[in-house]
Design a protein around this ligand. Structure first.
Ligand code: FES
Length: 117
């Protein structure tokens, strides 16, 4: 595991989010429920950015475009293309559910670190 320092901890207060560029990847950091999550800022459906997605009570981020939702900790989909209504009947047949890559994080010496393979 290659740990990379990405941001001073105080630049990501609770309930905030930020995109950082790490080795050609856009990584979305989310500070939610006293945890810092790191996931690729790209919805696996159409590669559109997840940054503005709403966070659900059970800790998933909802893609603002067609409302697939992904668990912040695992990246696994909890919903797949639910908007506009009825679309998943159509799209579900041609677009298989996919996960968002997630990365481990840690805070050390006042900085946030992300682990890449
Ligand atoms: S781009 Fe995210 S659900 Fe379609």
């Amino acid at each position: 595991m290659n740990w990379i320092k990405v941001l001073p901890e105080n630049e990501l207060p609770l309930n905030d989010r930020k995109v950082v560029k790490v080795e050609q990847r856009n990584i979305l950091l989310v500070h939610h429920n006293n945890q810092i999550y790191a996931l690729e800022n790209s919805c696996p459906h159409m590669k559109l950015p997840l940054k503005k997605g709403k966070i659900t009570d059970d800790g998933a981020i909802v893609c603002p475009f067609h409302r697939s939702a992904f668990d912040l900790a695992t990246g696994n989909p909890t919903e797949w293309i639910t908007f506009p209504p009825g679309i998943n009947k159509l799209m579900g047949m041609v677009s298989k559910e996919k996960s968002v890559p997630v990365f481990p994080t840690r805070v050390e010496e006042g900085n946030i670190w992300v682990g890449l393979q």
